[in-house]
Design a protein around this ligand. Sequence first.
Ligand code: MRU
Length: 345
Amino acid sequence: MYPVIEWKNNKVYMIDQRLLPLEEKFIEHSKYTEVADSIKNMVIRGAPAIGVAAAMGIALGVLNEKKNYLKEFPKIIEVISSTRPTAVNLFWAVERMKGVFEKFNYDYDILKKRMVEEALCIDREDVKINKKIGKNGEVLLKSGQTVLTHCNAGALATAGYGTALGVIRAAYENKKDILVIADETRPYLQGARLTVWELQKDNIHVKLITDNMSGYLMSKGLIDAVIVGADRIAKNGDTANKIGTYSLAILAKFHKIPFYIAAPVSTIDFSIASGKEIPIEQRPKQEVINFRNQRIASSETEVYNPAFDVTPHDLISAIITEKRVIYPCFKEEIKKLKLIKQITL
Ligand code: MRU
């Protein structure tokens, strides 16, 4: 296993995901503003990994502000919170860190120790949660099946193991023979660059397609299930995930192929009723008019570049969480899920 994000000697290290798979380089962060820049600039990405990075960034901020920690804390929170708007795990982690701050800010030495402990706890918990998601979800897959995934909801998008790819890893650990079809995922190519890289490292059979090939493969009966991750799930089950997920869900419905979301409960935003309330990040034009560093359209070209879309709940067959797998009606099931106590990790 390769560390996606690590806390070492009061510094945060992240593998630079922008360079993968061509280069495996780690970036050192000693200031919270550097962590914020790395989240914004996609050094680290994927909803749960962003949550872990946010928590470590806040802990780093408190460590570096010994004299002014009470005054500086709101600014630290604001800078970290304004990095990326869609993945709710970021705001979930911020709330957890704020809770610890409020409880222990009467004594700096106790506070700094507790802030670091909480960030490390969020990191460790995430791997355990993903393994539970994997275990709960792998029963939905049969040996010999082909599973399509979009973007990267793997070890690289989390503290380790992955959500959608965690389900596939768990199926492999259970000796199931699964072929993974990875969408390349334009414009940022998380599928081609990251999903393929991490599955190949684990000797999981993967084939890469461009995003426009999935309908053809489905029409030929070559896909048995679709599994993707999530950035934010509303109370009715509407799910924001990487741009292109919505189109895949429609294709899956048309071809009667199950469409699964795999995500931790921390990805559910219990404060919003539907996907209409999910803020969608708009990213720079350069990501669309360039293919990596090569220009492919004139610089005057106008573009749309939404990073995510929302899949309506009625296109989703099941949501796989660490607590259990839920099926429609999601509104009812998500309400019940909230009432189930946190499972022992
Ligand atoms: O823009 P990204 O790379 O952060 O988008 C990531 C995704 O959309 C993932 O599918 C999602 O965060 C789930 S990761 C377990």
